[in-house]
Write a protein that binds this ligand. Sequence first.
Ligand SMILES: NC(=O)c1ccc[n+]([C@@H]2O[C@H](COP(=O)([O-])OP(=O)(O)OC[C@H]3O[C@@H](n4cnc5c(N)ncnc54)[C@H](OP(=O)(O)O)[C@@H]3O)[C@@H](O)[C@H]2O)c1
Length: 266
Amino acid sequence: MLPPPGPNRAALITGASSGIGAEIARQLSARGHHTVLVARRAEQLTALAEELDGPSSVLPADLSQRADRAALPERVAALGLEIDILVNNAGLSTMGPVAAAEPGAELTVVEVDVAAVVDLCTRFVGDMVGRRRGAVLNVASVAAFGPLPGQAVYGAAKAFVLSYTHALGQELKPSGITVTALCPGPVHTGFGEAAGFSIEDAEAVLPKPLWVSAHDVAKAGIDGLAAGRAVVVPGRLNRAATAVYHLTPRRLLLGLLARTHPGLKK
Ligand SMILES: NC(=O)c1ccc[n+]([C@@H]2O[C@H](COP(=O)([O-])OP(=O)(O)OC[C@H]3O[C@@H](n4cnc5c(N)ncnc54)[C@H](OP(=O)(O)O)[C@@H]3O)[C@@H](O)[C@H]2O)c1
């Protein structure tokens, strides 16, 4: 169940400056929640806060930085707010073979996609347990369901998020706190471009029917969280693809993925 909105209660959404995170913020705001918007680009966060009808707060932070993550609970407390809903959505990917990768870029993916999820869950769920009220939505990906040659770090990072979210959900069940992993297939956002995909490349390997809008992905995630679902894969075809993925022998699947991934083209 989603905790009801209330005075001094808020939903903190990371990666709210664009794409799926901005949509999640819009939809939680429309449901009456005070939103706390977190990402690096303060201008985009402020523009979103001005667009929202409900109350919201802007907390610019670089989630690849431990100090920025550690400062968030105090910055939230200084606003007089308690976080009832935590949405770990910020994320990015690198693309290409590990042998040609830049170590710093690979580790930034681990910091934002993995360490920040662990860090913010650890910092915020204790108070939720104390209040016996809360909800956590961690954004993984369909890439969480198996290794992804061409985006090796990203696939492994999202597999971590999926596993961690399952375990956390089980631990928090007795406290009445709901925990959901949202696993989208392809979505047109700034994500592909930031990773180095052209739209043409992405649409060539990922057929059009697999694409779901950021609005529908956000809605599926929030509805799934409200319904207490452990995992949400938006889109019927993505759910079917996930089932096929599980049934196909890994050796065949990995070969196919490596042959078709745009990041591994010679
Ligand atoms: N688009 C897809 O096809 C797809 C599919 C499956 C899963 N996902 C997942 O969905 C989530 C949202 O991605 P999106 O598609 O909405 O992409 P997006 O439009 O590129 O949004 C990514 C968000 O992450 C934030 N972010 C990145 N690095 C950050 C950092 N160091 N500190 C703080 N915030 C940071 C960005 O904000 P700033 O740049 O302002 O910091 C931005 O708000 C990600 O976890 C992604 O892995 C996306």
